[in-house]
Ligand binder design. Structure first.
Ligand code: EPU
Length: 303
């Protein structure tokens, strides 16, 4: 039987076939994928993985698509999104157990309700907990891994394993979590604090973010990693005079040089043009190699 039909038969959640990823990325960019699937449960997830494996169909695990550039030609595989499923959150005193599909901002609100401090400066980061952990998302001197105690992952063969934090290496926007493993549930150790002080930290991060980042427009957050801890890619792009540069409907933000905006109908090709241009100029001017912070899907080469 054709793969799409088999998939349709086993998925308990929702599945969309030949679905443009433009509908599922914060950039609003990206061509069609063979299937875009939202599993309903862990069992559903493992069944989809086995089916794809048995049919030799590549699988990509997406969070909420807030840090992802998909090629205009799309991707000949299955995209599994955990953003609308795996949404449980449970608290036990100062411990917090949450599933990978929970949006980071939502988790922060739930923590604040319970006077739990730790994650509040990360509240404005768009994206799911799973994605945030795999790349160790951070903001304002804080990284999500700082509060982690354990992670449950699903291996591609469907088995589930719990890792202690010390078994995983976390660095700047990276972790040693294998690309084949799917984070399904982390557990955090937070601390009690008084509500005013937690709210103040959250408001402070939110004001800084709003004043420095172009949040009203479609983007994917920072396009490049910072080349050194105290050297912002946005600062370099600014100094190189590249802000405001446009290709098609893609534009390097005037407000923050590391944010590339979709000002209408930008294509992946337009974003790639700007990425290549910026990399070249920064190399020539500062002898630095910028690396992508965003994830890419469906391209024949790495950028
Ligand atoms: N700057 C400029 N011009 C610009 C952009 C920045 O001069 O166009 C200067 C700023 O004035 C500031 C310095 O560069 O002095 C650093 O800028 P910012 O505070 O905006 O931080 P960043 O290093 O550019 C990082 C993260 C952001 C995170 C902020 C706040 C990376 C790649 N980016 O940006 O994360 O929100 O710090 O902590 O590490 C993301 O990952 O998507 C993201 C937005």
């Amino acid at each position: 039987m054709e793969f799409a039909k088999q998939l349709q038969m086993i998925v308990q959640g929702s599945s969309l076939f030949n679905e443009p990823m433009a509908n599922h990325t914060s950039w609003g960019i990206g061509g069609p994928v063979l299937a875009f699937v939202r599993p309903e449960t862990r069992t559903d997830l493992t069944a989809i993985l086995s089916l794809a494996d048995a049919n030799n169909i590549p699988v990509y695990i997406a969070g909420s698509g807030s840090n992802l550039l998909v090629a205009d030609e799309g991707f000949n595989g299955v995209v599994i999104s955990l953003a609308k499923t795996l949404k449980q959150i449970r608290f036990d005193g100062t411990k917090c157990y949450a599933e990978a599909g929970v949006m980071l901002g939502h988790l922060v609100k739930e923590c604040i309700h319970r006077n739990l401090t730790g994650l509040e400066s990360l509240g404005g980061i768009p994206g799911t907990l799973g994605g945030a952990l795999v790349m160790n998302a951070g903001a304002y001197g804080n990284e999500i891994s700082n509060y982690l105690i354990t992670i449950d992952v699903v291996h591609r063969d469907g088995t589930i394993e719990k890792y202690k934090k010390k078994q995983i290496e976390f660095g700047y926007r990276r972790s040693s979590i294998k690309s084949d493993d799917i984070v399904i549930a982390p557990e955090f150790q937070l601390k009690h604090d008084d509500p005013e002080s937690i709210s103040l930290k959250r408001v402070d991060a939110s004001i800084k973010r709003r004043s420095s980042q172009p949040l009203r427009f479609r983007s994917a957050g920072s396009v490049f990693k910072n080349p050194k801890p105290d050297l912002s890619a946005g600062f370099l792009i600014d100094k190189a005079g590249l802000k405001g540069m446009r290709h098609g409907d893609a534009e390097i933000s005037e407000k923050h040089g590391n944010f590339f905006l979709n000002r209408g109908n930008a294509k992946a090709e337009d974003i790639i043009y700007l990425i290549q241009k910026v990399k070249k100029v920064i190399k020539n001017k500062f002898d630095l190699d910028l690396e992508l912070e965003i994830k890419t899907l469906g391209f024949e080469k790495d950028y």
